[in-house]
Design a protein around this ligand. Structure first.
Ligand code: GTP
Ligand code: MG
Length: 587
């Protein structure tokens, strides 16, 4: 695993110096040595000659397994721990120089200690080719750090420090299981350009169960194909992640598999993108059989496009966000198994889709018009459904509370029956894999007769969210229906400006709901009205065409034929008149 050569910033370092540092790999410490003076002197000489930090990593067996050169103020601190959350220390201690002669440990040193779980973290202040003073930190219970006093380099309590390593190992091991119980992952966010989108990413991360400990915004220049962000920025981000003790870094843009792997190598934390985050939320939320299949399919589609050798080792070992799903055990599947599984999922989804369309047909036979509540996630669609119907559908102040379309039967004051349907919320940059996997669920909206577009009037982003909703509807082909614009959450203050013709409501207080009901009734009336057809016996066949088109109110047999009155969509009535002549309708 470890190569015998000097790592880190070796640019401009002479060969003779490299050879000297390389020889450190053959250095062996005695059993009772923590940091021998001879080694300290050697490090001091090299570090001062280069005016850069030098780090060596020492195993408990006294072997030096890594030597690295840094700039004058930092050195790349290497992760020897291959698995996060193991209950022990890494069995490697890090000893590094501070060329400014100050042997006190810095904050970055201490968080590296915590993140990488070194046995110990030691800084040696060096000046004029000589060591000056030394400080060492150890981990103790609750991931706290215990600092030694700053010691003169000549008087290191080597035995004491070696014993402390063994003690720390015990303490850390004991605390681990407790720490993991509510182990919320700490997330650092990386946004590109849009602050709004980054804020939303933070909400998404929290919804997924992470704690956001930092977020950064980056100007979009040419996306770097290797890492999406430039190398320099990535290294900076690595230090930020280290200082913030992040477990995961979430990018607000879709990343390729290669980019994820390269970023993980530099950042040393798990890296996921916005799509993986949204998929993860869906995976946690999906409850119906169909929803679960859809999520698994979307996740596999996403992953199969990103399978790169055995990469992503960090993500997979770490678990947590981006690794959960209905088919969690299938994470390790190879390409062929993934293809087979996807085919299987598609087949089962098709079956369910068939059943769904049978149900839909039987609904069409009674022709109950469908009114769908659509809108941005968290706009209050489910709350509104509950308020209008007295139901108890799941409502949460989180994104994607609703994943399955839920319908309730309603009646207007004019006795028109209709189905009110709650739908999955939309979001900007909705992953395409999700749109395709959830197509049949989202189609509830497409097949609706009337769309009630619910906007969150309390959001600064109301207009851009509305644009997103329009875009997704267009993508789904839901452009022809009648629309009712609703602005919700008006109890939080009057939004200004508003969409023309929008109804202001509060699903919470009930304000404006009567107006909305009246508007729904009026819109349904426009689209669905009672029409009476008179069909003579001679044209009896037409009846079988008419009947399935609407809810039959009355049907009488007269001397000349049949008089049938039913609620029918305006366009259907017109089509029939065009086809069979105006005389079939009683005026
Ligand atoms: N102040 C206020 N809050 C509301 C109102 N309507 C809904 N909310 C809150 O907004 C949050 C989201 O409500 P939901 O009904 O779950 O929103 P949704 O549109 O169904 O969200 P998704 O299912 O995630 O797409 C909840 O915390 C609600 O309590 C309202 O009229 N006023
Ligand atoms: Mg909802």
């Amino acid at each position: 695993m470890l190569k015998h050569n000097v790592n880190g910033n070796i640019e401009g370092v002479r060969d003779a110096m490299l050879a000297r540092l390389d020889s450190l790999y053959t250095y062996e410490l005695e059993e009772d040595e923590f940091l021998p003076r001879e080694l300290m002197k050697l490090l001091a000489e090299c570090s001062c000659a280069l005016n850069r930090e030098i780090a060596v990593y020492i195993t408990r067996d006294g072997e030096i397994v890594n030597v690295a050169i840094g700039t004058d103020c930092d050195v790349e601190l290497t992760d020897f721990r291959l698995r996060r959350n193991t209950s022990r220390l890494s069995c490697v201690r890090c000893v590094h120089t501070h060329p400014d002669g100050d042997g006190r440990l810095s904050d970055v040193d201490l968080s590296a200690l915590k993140i990488f779980r070194y046995d110990a973290m030691t800084a040696v202040g060096v000046k004029d080719n000589e060591p000056v003073n030394v400080q060492t930190a150890f981990l103790v219970e609750n991931a706290e750090v215990m600092l030694s006093p700053v010691e003169h380099w000549y008087k290191l309590p080597e035995k004491e420090w070696l014993n402390q390593i063994l003690e720390s190992d015990q303490l850390v091991g004991r605390e681990e299981t407790e720490e993991n119980k509510d182990g919320r992952e700490k997330a650092v966010l990386m946004g590109i350009e849009s602050k709004e989108s980054l804020e939303e990413l933070a909400r998404l991360a929290e919804t997924a169960g992470a704690e956001v400990v930092g977020s950064f915004l980056q100007k979009r220049d040419k996306p770097d194909s290797a890492m999406f962000i430039g190398k320099g920025r990535a290294e900076e981000l690595a230090r930020e992640c280290q200082a913030l003790e992040a477990d995961v870094c979430i990018f607000d843009e879709e990343l390729t598999g290669i980019q994820v792997r390269n970023l993980e190598e530099v950042l040393r934390v798990k890296v996921i993108d916005r799509t993986a985050l949204i998929l993860d939320i869906f995976a946690q939320r999906a409850s119906s059989a169909e929803g679960k299949l859809q999520v698994e399919l979307a996740q596999l589609q996403y992953r199969s496009a990103r399978l790169i050798g055995q990469g992503l080792a960090l993500s997979r070992l770490a678990g947590g966000i981006g690794t959960r799903g209905p088919g969690e055990s299938k994470l390790e599947m190879n390409r062929r198994r993934i293809r087979e599984r996807m085919t299987e999922l598609r087949r089962r989804l098709d079956e369910l889709e068939k059943q769904r369309s049978i149900r839909r047909k039987s609904r069409e036979r009674n022709e109950i018009p469908v009114v769908a509540l659509v809108g941005y996630t968290n706009a209050g669609k489910s709350t509104l459904l509950n308020a209008l119907t007295g139901s108890d559908v799941y409502v949460q102040d989180q994104l994607f509370a609703t994943l399955d379309a839920v319908s309730r039967r309603m009646t207007t004051s004019e006795n028109t029956e209709y189905l009110l349907t709650d739908t999955v919320g939309f979001i900007r940059k909705l992953p395409h894999t999700l749109v395709s996997a959830f197509r049949s669920t989202l189609e509830e909206a497409v097949l609706a007769d009337v769309l009630v577009i619910v906007s969150d009037g309390s959001s600064q982003e109301m207009f851009s969210q509305h644009d997103t909703v329009e875009e997704v509807l267009a993508e789904l082909g839901a452009t022809d229906q009648k629309r009712i614009e609703v602005i919700n959450k008006c109890d939080e203050g009057d939004p200004d400006p508003v969409f023309p013709g929008a109804i202001l409501i509060s699903a919470k207080t009930g304000e404006g709901l009567e107006d909305l009901k009246a508007k729904i009734a009026e819109t349904l009336q426009e689209s669905h009205r009672p029409v009476t057809f008179c069909i003579p016996f001679s044209r009896y066949g037409i009846l079988s065409e008419i009947r399935p088109l609407g809810r039959v109110i009355t049907e009488n047999h007269t001397d000349t034929g049949t008089e049938i009155t039913l609620m029918i969509a305006g366009e259907d009535a017109e089509r029939l008149i065009k086809k069979y002549g105006a005389e079939i309708v009683k005026t």
